[in-house]
Design a protein around this ligand. Structure first.
Ligand code: COA
Length: 147
């Protein structure tokens, strides 16, 4: 499967996948701006998923990851995570962090499977319209260079 760094021309496809995955979509302009300063990978041809990571010093944070609903459970997210970990480790990043809504079971399952461990909880972090606010799980994973 095709996996590569995103280009500016990919911003519309990435924004479309984000829109299909989240209640509060980010725009093409948002992704164009992220491209200038962060790490953005896409997978599939046509693009079926993407992963956005911010790295500062020897730490990095997953800002967002999404796969087109029609393309899920094909290993795209797992492949994106594996490739990003390898590349970031080569750049000197030692630890990867993320936060995920505690009720986002597919994402929690993905991260647990990929070796992320719990490092904290942000109580009632995610606002919900018709139900109580949801906790954020903080997860972390050491990258190979840190072992
Ligand atoms: C979470 C998400 C990115 C996973 O993408 P994906 O390409 O379908 O994931 P993969 O196929 O690589 O799955 C890898 C593993 O994660 C786990 N997993 C993924 N989706 C799952 C689901 N719906 N239920 C249970 N486990 C799941 C499984 O262990 C899976 O391995 P398996 O298929 O061999 O059982 C996708 O569901 C998505 O875009 N969700 C909406 C956006 C989102 O919530 N992003 C995360 C925000 S923190």
């Amino acid at each position: 499967m095709t996996l590569r760094r995103a280009h500016l021309a990919d911003a519309p496809s990435i924004a479309q996948i984000h829109r299909a995955a989240f209640d509060h979509p980010w725009s093409e302009a948002d992704f164009a701006a992220y491209l200038a300063s962060d790490h953005l990978w896409v997978i599939g041809d046509p693009i079926a998923g993407f992963l956005l990571i911010r790295a500062i010093g020897d730490e990095a944070e997953i800002l967002t990851i999404a796969v087109d609903p029609a393309a899920r459970r094909n290993g795209y997210a797992r492949t994106l995570l594996a490739a990003s970990k390898q590349e970031l480790a080569g750049l000197g990043v030692m630890r990867l962090f993320l936060e995920v809504a505690a009720d986002n079971l597919p994402a929690v399952a993905l991260y647990e499977r990929e070796g992320f461990l719990p490092v904290g909880v942000r109580k009632a972090y995610y606002r919900r319209e018709s139900s109580p606010n949801m906790d954020a799980k903080l997860l972390s994973c050491a990258l190979p260079a840190a072992h």
